[in-house]
Write a protein that binds this ligand. Sequence first.
Ligand code: C2E
Ligand code: MG
Ligand code: MG
Ligand code: MG
Length: 290
Amino acid sequence: YQAKKSKKGWRFFDPEMEERIQERYRNELSLRQALRGGHIFLMFQPQIDLARRRLRGIEALVRWKNAEGVILTPKSFIALAEESGIILELGEIVFEQSFETLHRWETLGLRGFRLSVNVSPRQFWSKNFWEGLSGRIARQPEAGQRLCLELTESLLMQNPEEIGNRLSDLRSMGVRIAIDDFGTGYSSLAYLSRFPVDEIKVPQEFVLRMKNHEQDRMIVRTIIQMAQSLGIDLVGEGAETRAEIDMLFGLGCTTLQGFGLARPMPIEPMEDFIRHPDTWPFPDFFQQEG
Ligand code: C2E
Ligand code: MG
Ligand code: MG
Ligand code: MG
């Protein structure tokens, strides 16, 4: 693109591009305002071990309540946050609320599961993230044992030496490491044995396609077998229907997170859910324990 100098400084010839740049700038501005205005909050989605009738974990999922009161999901703002660097501040708020939640649940006696928090690569490598997280764990030591970080597989490949050290440090603070959407990027299986990974998440993408595509079923089966042989825990993501739940369960992936079990929910319904296992769906699974 060509640009020309005007009284206002450099301006783009292409009006469409200029429009896009301005829209982006407006979006960045409103995201920054949302951060400062307290319009960012967490929803929670359970991960249930159907074989043991146990709540294994809860994933914290960030939301933005915009000026019109509409709740936006990360799809509409995470990319912008990452590209603009706002993700650092956003991630900070997510951790602040996650640690508050852990403290609240400790006080309420709600235990026995981990809170999983998503961390973007850019956030992971920032100095603030590292100091912020270790500082929080130092002030709230029980939280380390209650926390799981969901990392992307692309992160594992960025700087293997350094990442190995970081993951070991996290583990020594009691934190668990999960690899989100495993198998959708370019990770090799070798990374799994090389790094201290506790858990992998089977992406919804495969779960959805599994029914109709034998290849996807084989991929899921392979991921499950490999995890089992390495002693890595599994969470199947995005199971919506009974058929999908049955299929994952049948392949040996018995801990599931998906709309078919429970949708992401605000904190208070989440607490009710934790307290009332009798209301969880699919009691027939639980009876199989015998
Ligand atoms: P993810 O970490 O893979 O999270 C799972 C996403 O799948 C969530 O979408 C969840 O609502 C959705 N999901 C769960 N079960 C089902 C299902 O049965 N069907 C369908 N269709 N979807 C299901 P959400 O909350 O929109 O988050 C999207 C992505 O945004 C997340 O994917 C994660 O990568 C990112 N994200 C969310 N919260 C944060 C955060 O605090 N920080 C960062 N860096 N990224 C986040
Ligand atoms: Mg996740
Ligand atoms: Mg995922
Ligand atoms: Mg996903």
